[in-house]
Ligand binder design. Structure first.
Ligand code: PRX
Length: 629
């Protein structure tokens, strides 16, 4: 499965374009299937429909666990590093992980969870999170992991959208110096949910929590009374594996659905190739399992490849900014896959946190989630990678299931801040505003993909029409990513950021409409508009322009109140960084907010606002300029 030279990459790429079905069939054959597929690919981008390996049967946990037992049963599947460096870290072998997954799968079954049922998982970064995910997959239940930083309201929306019957959570979470309630947040969420029959609670912080008789169960108790044998449920390749919610430019978050067969093949193939994974290497992906990066490159990709995957519970700056480097040294980490925002933040703390740590185990570095600026790229490469580790800038999305455009570590010649070249099977095209395909090199446009790959989104849970409209209707016959992109003279790709109303704050994807709706719920707010502005560490910060019903008496207090409302409705990650009170917003005569103008103002570029004469009230722009923060 692993490409070893640049020539092999080129050959694989060409083959994947000339004969995609043959190419992916050959790769898929290297997995364990219960039944072979009847048809490799069936697709219609006009309808937003893609099916891979139809008729095939498998269970992804047999590929992630069972098939490794004979050869590497005693090898660590997971290394867990707790939040507190003085707490003991834990190593879980493939054999033990298999046992724990089977037991927990039996717990789920005992409480009536069946194939196709939806299970919401709201847990901190503990091994039980991986166990819960895999246990769902074992019995064919569809997991919906909700990032631990989301509010009760966000959890409730996600539970209700998928009609989850079960929630798995913990009493609390340790995050840096803080203890964060989890069960309590779930309890608040469940006041708005009717579908949930049981909540399984894992004890992490030993915080006293309410436990309702007949509904709530302790994880530790439950696993004592079940068998450790749990046959894997045979799944059709196109049966859903999981739902993961992500923000778009409009409306509520979308439940992106990935299915068993194609996702497994794609997550594993990309993990092996992009990171050039060698048996025995320790892979440390710093993302949270609540995001797609954690699903694909902490859990499924590494485990299906028989790798050792490190799960870190804490944050990079606790107890101090050397934490990542201490973890690398302690666990002899080989591959470090992180986000530009973390790199920029650690850069700011200075090199004295890096020196004195033995980073010689590192063989490969990776970056994901947002564009990486040149300075951060070089800092990471030189100071962490000793200028010898390959650094892969990986571009992809929740909807793509796995990495799409990236160098293969040590094989593809790198270029700082470029995701470089598409992986085999990925056919990118750049289009202009009118949908004309831009041929040749040295062009910039909107990034689309014109042919399906096995990890592509299958649907939006319960809303196939929205799937079709969001991704397949902007440009006919193509998947539209929402990103802008440059293809330079060498044919290398550089992602320039979202071209829609989606923000990327510290690598977190945030929809402007969602944040505006939350702000508008605050007492005294009449209307609001948010835009992203360049932020040294977060990549983008959130700048809110807000109209209030009366001039705030204590603007600072009002700002804090708005932030509290946003935290409550969405989560702290969506809090605005800057709030400017305005008396009006720049709107067209048809009432559309001209965000372009607000963006320029937030960037301080007052001279390049463009034509404002078509606005309903051009004077408002002057006022906003004067009050800009
Ligand atoms: O704008 C792109 C940016 O993150 C978006 C996808 O966000 P999400 O679905 O949350 O998944 C993030 C992790 C895969 C993309 O549309 N993005 C992701 N990786 C990169 C990136 N932008 C530039 N360079 C990247 N390497």
């Amino acid at each position: 499965m692993r490409i070893q030279t640049f020539e092999q990459y080129q050959e694989a790429y060409n083959q994947s374009v000339e004969d995609p079905e043959g190419f992916w069939a050959e790769i898929a054959q290297q997995f364990t299937w219960r039944k072979p597929w009847k048809k490799v690919l069936n697709w219609n981008f006009n309808e937003g429909v893609t099916k891979w390996f139809e008729g095939g049967e498998l269970n992804i946990t047999e590929n992630a666990l069972d098939r490794h037992l004979a050869e590497r049963g005693e090898q660590s599947a997971i290394i867990w590093e707790p939040n507190d460096p003085d707490e003991r870290s834990v190593e879980i072998s493939y054999r033990v992980l298999h046992d724990r997954v089977c037991r927990f799968a039996n717990v789920l079954k005992k409480h009536g969870v069946q194939k196709g049922d939806r299970v919401c998982i709201y847990l901190p970064m503990v091994p039980e999170l991986a166990v819960a995910v895999l246990a769902c997959a074992r019995i064919g239940a569809i997991h919906s992991v909700v990032f631990g930083g989301f509010s009760a309201k966000s959890i409730a929306d996600r539970i209700n959208d998928a009609q989850c019957g079960m929630v798995i959570t913990s009493d609390g979470a340790f995050r840096g110096p803080k203890v964060i309630p989890m069960k309590e947040t779930v309890d608040d969420a469940l006041e708005q949910c009717n579908s949930v029959k049981n909540v399984i609670v894992m004890a992490r912080t030993r915080t006293p929590v309410s436990m309702l008789k007949g509904r709530d169960l302790w994880w530790e108790e439950e696993v004592k009374h079940v068998d450790s044998i749990c046959p894997a449920e045979p799944m059709n390749a196109e049966d859903p594996l999981f739902i993961l919610y992500t923000s778009g430019s409009t409306g509520k978050p979308k439940g992106v659905v990935h299915t068993c067969g194609g996702y497994m093949v794609y997550a594993t193939y990309t993990f092996t190739n992009v990171f050039q994974y060698e048996p025995g290497e320790v892979h440390f992906c710093t993302a949270d399992i609540g995001w797609i990066t954690g699903h694909s490159y902490i859990v499924y990709g590494p485990l299906c490849s028989g790798a050792t995957s490190l799960i870190f519970e804490g944050v990079p700056t606790f107890p101090d900014a050397s934490r990542y480097w201490k973890i690398v040294e302690k666990h002899k980490v080989n591959i470090l896959y992180t986000a530009p925002t973390a790199i920029r933040s650690l850069m700011g703390y200075g090199l004295h946190f890096v020196k004195d740590h033995d980073l010689s185990s590192l063989t490969k570095l990776g970056s994901v989630g947002e564009p990486i600026n040149q300075e951060a790229w070089h800092w990471f490469k030189i100071n962490i990678g000793r200028n010898i580790c390959p650094l892969v800038d990986t571009w992809w999305q929740t909807e793509t299931g796995g990495i799409m455009i990236a160098p293969l570590a040590g094989i593809t010649p790198e270029k700082p801040s470029f995701a470089t070249l598409p992986l085999p099977g990925v056919q990118p095209v750049l289009v202009d505003e009118n949908g004309n395909v831009l041929e040749g090199n040295g062009v910039s446009g909107n990034l689309c993909i014109k042919f399906p790959w096995p990890g592509i989104i299958r649907t939006i849970y319960g809303d196939q029409l929205r799937n079709k409209q969001t991704y397949f209707s902007t440009y006919e016959g193509m998947y539209f990513t929402g990103d802008g992109c440059l293809r330079d003279e060498d044919g290398y790709y550089r992602i320039t950021g979202r071209v829609d109303d989606v923000l990327n704050v510290s690598g977190h994807r945030i929809g402007t409409a969602e944040v505006e709706n939350a702000i508008n719920m605050h007492l005294g707010v009449v209307e609001s508009a948010i835009v992203g502005y360049p932020h040294d560490i977060k990549g983008q910060g959130i700048y809110a322009f807000i109209i209030t019903d009366q001039k705030p008496e204590d603007p600072e207090m009002f700002r804090k109140g708005i932030a509290a409302t946003v935290s409550r409705i969405i989560g702290p990650i969506a809090k605005p960084d800057k709030i400017q009170f305005v008396s009006g917003l720049p709107k067209t005569r048809s009432g559309k907010i001209m965000r372009r103008i607000l963006r320029k103002i937030s960037e301080g570029q007052f001279d390049s606002l463009g034509d404002t004469s078509t606005l309903l009230d051009p004077a408002v722009v002057e006022e906003i300029k004067e009050g800009a923060l």
